[in-house]
Design a protein around this ligand. Structure first.
Ligand SMILES: Nc1ncnc2c1ncn2[C@@H]1O[C@H](COP(=O)(O)OP(=O)(O)OP(=O)(O)O)[C@@H](O)[C@H]1O
Ligand SMILES: [Mg+2]
Length: 384
């Protein structure tokens, strides 16, 4: 796969503060015009990556490229990058117009051109007509829009956004997610968005980097990362999930909670120890006879469009289930799922090995194996 030069590239970029290795030889490449998200828990190194891109911090080792040229030594003000922060960092003593005009004025653009630019940017963030307002007279959401307009007025090629929505209430946050996405598409520039909210990352991004402990754990499309998490950390961090230990007995046959289950994974060593992931929305409750596992309902809460149910199997594994109908606390019921919904993770698999395994995954072969298993079951007079 050879494409155009990435707009931004990190090659083996490392950074420590004292003894603390905050970034451990990071590699990444960003294509121009896409919406990227750095997703990870507090302290994982997300803001540090943004600061290396903007020039606020210097790498200890490794190279950072912008459009193919090394920029490690290029000062921050010469980089075509701007940042929007969570706390807006607006100039409180200036009105909206002067805040947005700040960057263009530094560049000594003619005032007529600046006026046009400010008007265009305020329209983009839906604040047309707010030029004369003082910053102190704006709501938090409006201040955030001004901060975005101010950053975009500098014509950056890359816009960095460090948790820009986390101070907003739920509804406003949802609206701004959509709007930011629209602004990015409209301008066609590259966005690097930081969040620790997995739902936000899944909703907004073309591509996600999941970070933990100074390392990129996995990168891919939202679907890749949700459907095929590479390891326990990613599976657990991206959405609520059930993870139990298992053994891959042979291709398309996994053993967990004391039973064998058909599945669609192959390519592991016989009897390799694995972790088995089942998403709550892929599980169904049924009567005991039709269940693949028998569980006892322990808890449930109403979540608006579904019930979140917690059940426990006889090995005391806890199972989260999302169901449209309520269950009865204390009832013993069956738990069922499809072979396709069983996701297998190897221990300590590298991202390259993981990708190769998914790549070589043969859908026809898996389907044939499943069909054979089903025929077997029917032939031996199994349930209907
Ligand atoms: N100037 C500094 N001096 C020492 N340690 C620092 C400095 N800046 C950051 N760190 C440490 O580096 C690690 C990564 O920090 P970073 O700000 O990149 O995390 P983050 O992923 O953005 O977290 P958060 O979600 O809390 O913003 C943290 O452990 C932090 O304490
Ligand atoms: Mg941060």
């Amino acid at each position: 796969m050879v494409e155009e030069t990435p707009i931004l590239e990190f090659s083996q970029v490392a950074l420590s503060f004292g003894d603390a290795e905050v970034l451990k030889k990071i590699d990444l490449a960003l294509e121009a015009g896409k919406f990227y998200t750095l997703l990870g828990p507090s302290g994982s190194g997300k803001s540090t990556i943004l600061k290396l891109i903007s020039g606020q911090l210097q790498a200890d080792s490794g190279k950072i490229y912008f459009e193919g040229k090394v920029i490690n030594d290029v000062p921050a003000e010469k980089r075509r990058v701007n940042t929007v922060f969570q706390n807006y960092s607006l100039f409180p003593n200036m009105n909206v117009y002067d805040n947005v005009a700040f960057g263009p004025r530094l560049k000594k653009l003619p005032e007529g051109e600046i006026k046009e630019k400010v008007k265009e940017m305020l329209a983009l963030v839906k604040l047309a007509g707010f030029e004369k307002r003082e910053i102190t007279e704006l709501s938090g959401g409006q201040q955030q829009r001004v901060a975005i307009a101010r950053a975009l007025a500098n014509d950056p090629e890359v816009l960095l956004l460090d948790e820009p929505l986390s101070a907003l209430d739920y509804k406003l946050r949802k609206d701004m997610q959509q709007e930011l996405r629209n602004i990015q598409k409209r301008l066609g520039i590259t966005f690097v968005f930081v969040t620790h909210d997995q739902e936000e990352a899944l909703a907004m991004s073309d591509w996600i980097f999941v970070m933990n402990d100074g390392l990129i754990q996995q990168n891919g499309t939202p679907e890749d990362i949700y459907d095929e998490p590479i390891n326990h950390f990613v599976a657990d961090f991206i959405g609520e999930t059930n993870i139990v230990p298992g053994i891959m007995k042979e291709d398309y046959l996994v053993h967990f909670v004391g039973k064998d289950f058909e599945n669609v994974d192959a390519g592991m060593r016989p009897n390799e120890q694995v972790e088995v992931v089942l998403r709550p929305e892929d599980l169904d409750l049924t009567d005991i006879d039709n269940g693949k596992l028998v569980v006892t309902i322990k808890d449930q809460s109403f979540r608006g469009d579904y019930y979140e149910i917690v059940a426990v199997d006889d090995d005391l594994n806890s199972w989260q289930v999302q169901a449209t109908n309520p269950a009865t606390i204390g009832a013993r019921v069956g738990l069922t799922f499809d072979p396709e919904d069983i996701h297998i993770m190897r221990y300590n698999e590298s991202e390259a090995a993981f990708d190769a395994r998914l790549e070589s995954y043969d859908e026809e072969e898996a389907e044939a194996a499943l069909q054979a298993a089903r025929d077997d079951q029917d032939g031996s007079g199994g349930h209907d």
